[in-house]
Design a protein around this ligand. Structure first.
Ligand code: 13P
Length: 247
């Protein structure tokens, strides 16, 4: 059985004071929950503070990007070792916003995934199609290609640490969600692509849905056979909404 993950992606939101307010509200609301991994992926400058705030709770901490390099002349970048030192356990890699605005490609995503795994961070790898690609009927081809590229060189043992998030780009922040059936079918295609490369261990890999997932639609999405959790943007910024999804 795959243990579900509900991960919040705070994106570029929450100063330290705001993070404290949110987590102080959230912690008691999720303290009795069982059978689900809860993660908040926070801005770099929040990591250390958030790590302290979630101590003694079930909430785990993630970052939103990592460099593929160890150290050196890479202005503005942050290394896996630095993230681990600050308290991160997970890292979002290849979010569509990073692909769109910061020039990330399947190649750089793959390098980051390999570096994160080598250093002991758990990557949450994002894949997803644009609206035009959906309209052309090539969603499965696009996301399977992105998945295979991201996992190039990842060993079977390392695969256990990997989480995939299927986020249709047209659904992010728009209020338009993929139907549970469509999301499940695409996620199953991703799982099959992993099975082609790695065999039956694909059955253990957790694949999340992301894109306008909220406290209203989470139940229907989570009821699908292959959807193992959510990567939540907007609704993760409101304790009562995030709590409802978790619970
Ligand atoms: P929203 O939940 O705001 O649509 O964002 C989804 C997302 O991009 C999570 O990574």
């Amino acid at each position: 059985m795959r243990k579900p993950i509900i991960a919040g992606n705070w994106k570029m939101n929450n100063t330290k004071a705001e993070a404290e307010e949110l987590l102080t509200a959230l912690k008691p609301l999720v303290k009795d929950v069982k059978g689900v991994d809860i993660v908040v992926c926070v801005p770099f400058t929040d990591i250390e503070k958030v790590k302290k705030l979630v101590k003694g709770s079930k909430i785990r901490v993630g970052a939103q990007n990592v460099s593929w390099a160890d150290k050196g002349a890479f202005t503005g970048e942050i290394s896996a070792a630095m993230l681990i030192e600050a308290g991160a356990e997970y890292v979002v890699i290849g979010h569509s916003e990073r692909r769109q605005y910061f020039g990330e490609t399947d190649e750089t995503v793959n390098k980051k995934v390999c570096k994160a795994l080598a250093e002991g961070l758990k990557p949450i790898i994002c894949v997803g199609e644009k609206l035009s690609e959906k309209q052309m009927g090539i969603t499965e081809e696009i996301v399977c290609l992105q998945t295979k590229a991201a996992l190039h060189g990842v060993s079977r043992t390392q695969l256990d640490e990997v989480v995939i998030a299927y986020e249709p780009i047209w659904a992010i922040g728009t209020g338009m969600t993929a139907t549970p059936e469509d999301a499940n079918q695409t996620i199953r295609a991703i799982r099959n692509a992993i099975r082609d490369a790695y065999g039956d261990v694909a059955q253990n890999i957790r694949i999340l849905y992301g894109g306008s997932m909220n406290d209203k639609n989470a139940r229907d999405l989570m009821a699908q056979s292959d959807i193992d959790g959510g990567l939540i943007g907007g609704a993760s910024l409101v304790a009562e909404k995030f709590e409802k999804i978790v619970n």
